[in-house]
Design a protein around this ligand. Structure first.
Ligand SMILES: [Zn+2]
Length: 409
């Protein structure tokens, strides 16, 4: 389906504008609730999901070209990026202040070769818990870089668990920690140990993005992290979390969204595309431009031939290159494309991410390379889910069992 771009509101956009007024009202209600207690967002429910989250490939490319006609200089892009960023913040209804204490819970520590991993929970808002694992480097002194590692929607496969417990996810986090990064992996809303809020709710994109911001708050609270060297990387739905966080939170210094940034597909889950973050009162945008608001901060797009990022070398990446060139930082953006690969964050894609993070965050790539200069992840100990959880029968979640995020507007 064709959508207009730039400053022209199409009928589709006018529909979304009506929705935006509704959602803004809902978000104000949520903020009022946030100031006095647990998150009980009165956000729109699943009936509010947009009618489509994808375009044909030619339509997506044409829309991106049209977006590119709305600016030509770095100054004009910066103005457009500010509009995009402020609209995303407004549409998500993100609080401008975060006065709530984190009340972190840390336990279940395992020490390995060059890193440790422990289970963590903290309150993103009173009574609402983020659950995850903190990986700490053991061989370094002074403030360290941090890397946030959100996960996507892939479910368990055979004996390989889902989310932050997946083998690949543990390997990625632990290897970054062995390179000297403080790393955090946490559950998506309604995933893993996050059982208080259902995942497939329109409001989950808001809470998920807010939780990502709170992960940075938590990492900085440790007194171990250099606030100027914070990176984020995730694939698929984790890629969406990565570029949304980078868009709304300028504490992110390096962004590596993997197999997600596309001109023709914006994600099929409410946590990605339930709210009209792309359609403002005087602009239309897409995930390519939202990701490009990272500029001039370093960003690596990792893409593959087997999904909606298959055109990245010819469509999405040239656009983002143009943004960085306009800002005088063409060397801060790169694309690693795997034409024969599928939608995952496998070893080859991780091997592209590690040196980019090392270069821009000051990590020690040599600590994980073998004599041939190849990254060796074999020192990582993969734990079963039971060893990584923060809550169990002996350590129950102290918060409310369920937090209502339904209708009420
Ligand atoms: Zn989702």
């Amino acid at each position: 389906m064709a959508r207009s771009v730039g400053g022209h509101a199409a009928p589709f956009s006018r529909v979304l504008l009506v929705r935006l007024k509704f959602i803004t009202t809902a978000c104000c209600a949520a903020l009022a609730t946030l100031t006095c207690g647990p998150w009980a967002m009165a956000a729109p429910d699943r009936d509010f999901w947009p009618p489509t989250v994808s375009l044909s490939e030619p339509d997506g490319a044409a829309a991106l070209t049209a977006m590119g006609s709305t600016w030509s200089t770095g100054e004009q892009w910066t103005t457009r990026a500010t509009t995009i960023r402020e609209h995303v913040r407004l549409t998500l209804g993100l609080p401008t202040a975060r006065p709530w204490p984190l009340h972190p819970i840390r336990r279940n520590v395992h020490v390995h070769d060059g890193y440790s991993v422990e289970a963590v929970a903290f309150e993103s808002t009173p009574g609402v818990y983020v659950t995850g694992n903190l990986y700490l480097p053991l061989r370094y002194k002074g403030l360290r870089p941090a890397v946030l590692c959100p996960h996507g929607h892939s479910g368990a496969r055979g004996d390989d668990p889902e989310g932050r417990f997946r083998r690949n996810h543990q390997v990625r986090c632990a290897t970054l920690a062995r390179m000297g990064a403080v790393v955090f992996a946490w559950d998506m809303v309604g995933w893993g140990e996050s059982t208080q809020v259902e995942h497939r709710r329109s409001a989950s994109v808001t809470l998920q993005t807010f939780n990502s911001m709170r992960v940075i708050d938590f990492l900085l609270s440790l007194g171990l992290v250099d606030p100027d060297r914070i990176g984020v990387t995730g694939s698929s739905g984790g890629g969406t979390q990565a570029f949304l966080l980078t868009c709304v939170d300028d504490r992110v210094a390096v962004s590596v969204p993997v197999v997600m940034v596309s001109a023709h597909f914006f994600g099929g889950c409410p946590c990605e595309s339930s709210l009209p973050i792309h359609d403002g009162p005087a602009h239309n945008t897409n995930n390519v431009e939202i990701a490009a608001t990272a500029s001039p901060r370093p960003m690596l797009l990792i893409s593959c031939g087997g999904d909606w990022t298959s055109n990245t070398p010819s469509v999405e990446f040239p656009y983002v290159q143009r943004v960085y060139a306009a800002l005088g930082k063409p060397g801060n953006v790169a694309n690693a494309h795997f034409a024969d690969e599928w939608h995952d964050y496998g070893a080859s894609k991780r091997a592209a991410m590690y040196p980019f993070m090392a270069k821009h965050l000051g990590l020690d790539l040599g600590a994980v390379q073998n004599a041939e200069g190849v990254v060796d992840e074999s020192a990582v100990v993969v734990h079963p889910r039971e060893a990584l959880v923060v809550f169990d029968a002996a350590h129950p979640c102290p918060g409310e069992q369920k937090v209502f995020m339904g209708t009420g507007v």
